[in-house]
Design a protein around this ligand. Structure first.
Ligand code: ATP
Ligand code: MG
Length: 430
C-alpha cells in the first residue's frame, strides 16, 4: 500500500473545510454553555473492559467494531464512543460527589471498525453531552431540547425526532421472554451473532443490520407493550414535557439503539437526506451504567451527535457555516524600505486580530496584485517610495474599487479599523 494513502475510513480535514469545523465547534460550545454544560476531555483510549462492560458484550460495537491493542499484557481500546470514558472520569475524579446534576459535554474522535461509506467512517467525531443525577423526565426533556436547539439554530431542515422507551431491567424480563418465543421459531435463519444474542440479550436482535434478520424481526413484539408502570409514567411525562416545550416528535417503538446501557428513554434525530446514514444524533437514559461501572447507583442520560454526518446534511441542504476566510488587508511593498514598513504595519494589525498579509515571495507589483485577488483580500495598500516619503498611501477596497487615502503612522490600525467597520456595515445594509 502506498505510504501516501490514508487508512480507509479516515478523513483529512483540509484548510478549505476546517473553518466549517471551527464554526460548528464554537457554536456547539456556546449552546452547551447556555444549558450549563461544561467541557470534559478524556483519553483517546481506555481499558478494553470499560467498553465491553459499559457498552455491552453483545453489541455490534464491542463484538465487531473495536480497535484493540495489547501493550505489555494490558488490553486497551480506542474509544468507540464517549459515554463510558466520561462516566469513568466522573467516577475516578469524584464529580458525582459534587452538586448534582453534573452536566458535561465533549467534542472528540471515535473509532469503529465499520464498512466505510458516506457518513460512516472508522474515525469520526462526536459532540456529546452527559447529565448525571436526575431520574426525572424533565431532565430527558432538557437534554433532548439541547440537541433540538442545536439542530434548529444551525439551520437544518427536515430533521425528525424519534423517541421510544426501552424500559428498565424489570419490564424487560417479560419482554425478553416474549422475544425469545417470537424468534426461536426462526432460530436457524438468524445470523450467527443473533443466534448467540437470542440466548444472552434478545433485544439486540432488533438492532441487527443483516437483511434476513431485519426481515425476521419485522413483526417482533414491541417493548412499549411491556413497560412497567414506572417506565410507562416516565414516558408519558416526557411526552407532555416535550409538548410543553413545543418540540414535535414521533414515537417509534422500534428504536432500541446500538449500545446496551440504555434504559427508559431512547431517541434519535433523523434525516432522510444522506441515505441510510440518516441518524445525526442518538441518545437516551442509562440509569444502570454508573452502578455497573462501580459507582453508586446514579441515574443519567446523554446523547452523541455525529459531526461528519451533521456537516454532510448541512452541505446537502446548501447551508454554509462560514464564508471563505479572506485576508482583511494585503500590503504590496515596492522596494526594501517599503518592505520593512509593510512588515511593521502587518504585525500591528495582526496584534489587533485583523488578518493582514504582505509579500514573502519577492513578487512583482502585478504578481502581488494577482495573489491578493486569489486570497480574496478585502483591501490592498501599495507602498512605494512616494508613499514612504509622504507618510500616506491609498487603501483600495477590492470589491467596490473605492480608494481612500490613509496615513502610514501610529494611528494606522485605528484608521483602518474605522474604515473596515464602516465597509462591513455598508455591506450588511446593502
Ligand atoms: P448507526 O445506527 O448509524 O450505526 P449508532 O447507533 O452506532 O449509529 P451511536 O453509537 O449512537 O450511533 O453514535 C451517535 C452518533 O454518532 C450517531 O447518531 C451518528 O451520527 C454518529 N456515528 C456513529 N457511528 C458513526 C460512524 N461510523 N461514522 C460517522 N458517524 C457515526
Ligand atoms: Mg453503529
Amino acid at each position: 500500500m502506498s505510504l501516501l494513502k490514508r487508512p480507509n475510513g479516515t478523513e483529512d480535514i483540509l484548510p478549505s473545510v476546517s473553518r466549517d469545523w471551527q464554526k460548528l465547534e464554537e457554536f456547539l460550545r456556546n449552546t452547551a454553555g447556555a444549558f450549563g454544560f461544561q467541557e470534559i476531555r478524556i483519553p483517546t483510549f481506555e481499558q478494553t473492559e470499560l467498553f465491553s462492560r459499559g457498552v455491552g458484550e453483545t453489541t455490534d460495537v464491542v463484538q465487531k467494531e473495536m480497535y484493540t491493542v495489547t501493550a505489555k499484557e494490558s488490553s486497551f481500546t480506542l474509544r468507540p464512543e464517549g459515554t463510558a470514558g466520561t462516566i469513568r472520569a466522573m467516577l475516578q475524579n469524584g464529580l458525582l460527589n459534587e452538586a448534582l446534576p453534573q452536566r458535561v459535554y465533549y467534542i472528540l474522535s471515535c473509532f469503529r471498525h465499520e464498512r466505510p461509506q458516506a457518513g460512516r467512517l472508522r474515525e469520526f467525531h462526536q459532540f456529546g453531552v452527559e447529565m448525571a443525577g436526575s431520574a426525572l423526565p424533565s431532565a430527558d426533556a432538557e437534554v433532548i431540547s439541547l440537541a433540538k436547539q442545536i439542530l434548529d439554530q444551525i439551520g437544518l431542515k427536515h430533521i425528525e425526532l424519534h423517541i421510544n422507551s426501552i424500559g428498565c431491567p424489570n419490564c424487560r424480563k417479560n419482554y425478553h421472554k416474549a422475544l425469545k418465543e417470537y424468534f426461536s421459531g426462526s432460530r436457524d435463519c438468524l445470523c450467527g451473532t443473533c443466534q448467540e444474542r437470542l440466548e444472552k440479550n434478545p433485544m439486540r436482535l432488533l438492532d441487527c443490520k443483516v437483511e434476513s434478520c431485519k426481515e425476521i424481526a419485522k413483526d417482533a413484539p414491541l417493548i412499549l407493550d411491556y413497560l412497567c408502570d414506572d417506565c410507562k409514567t416516565h414516558f408519558e411525562k416526557l411526552k407532555s414535557n416535550l409538548d410543553a416545550l413545543g418540540i414535535a416528535y414521533t414515537v417509534d417503538p422500534r428504536i432500541v439503539r446500538g449500545l446496551d446501557y440504555y434504559t427508559k428513554t431512547v431517541f434519535e434525530f433523523v434525516t432522510t437526506e444522506i441515505g441510510a446514514q440518516g441518524t445525526v444524533c442518538g441518545g437516551g437514559r442509562y440509569d444502570g451504567l454508573i452502578e455497573q461501572l462501580g459507582g453508586q447507583a446514579t441515574p443519567a442520560l446523554g446523547f452523541g451527535m455525529g459531526l461528519e454526518r451533521l456537516l454532510l446534511v448541512l452541505k446537502s441542504q446548501g447551508i454554509s457555516l462560514s464564508e471563505a476566510k479572506s485576508c482583511d488587508v494585503y500590503f504590496v511593498p515596492m522596494g526594501e524600505q517599503a518592505e520593512l514598513k509593510a512588515m511593521q504595519l502587518t504585525a500591528q494589525l495582526r496584534r489587533d486580530g485583523i488578518s493582514a498579509q504582505t509579500d514573502v515571495m519577492g513578487r512583482s507589483l502585478r504578481a502581488q496584485m494577482k495573489y491578493a485577488d486569489k486570497i480574496n483580500a478585502r483591501f490592498t495598500v501599495v507602498i512605494g517610495d512616494n508613499e514612504l516619503e509622504q507618510g500616506e498611501a491609498v487603501l483600495k477596497n477590492m470589491k467596490s474599487g473605492e480608494k481612500i487615502s490613509i496615513k502610514l503612522d501610529d494611528k494606522f490600525v485605528e484608521s483602518f479599523s474605522d474604515i473596515e467597520i464602516a465597509d462591513r456595515l455598508a455591506d450588511e445594509i446593502a
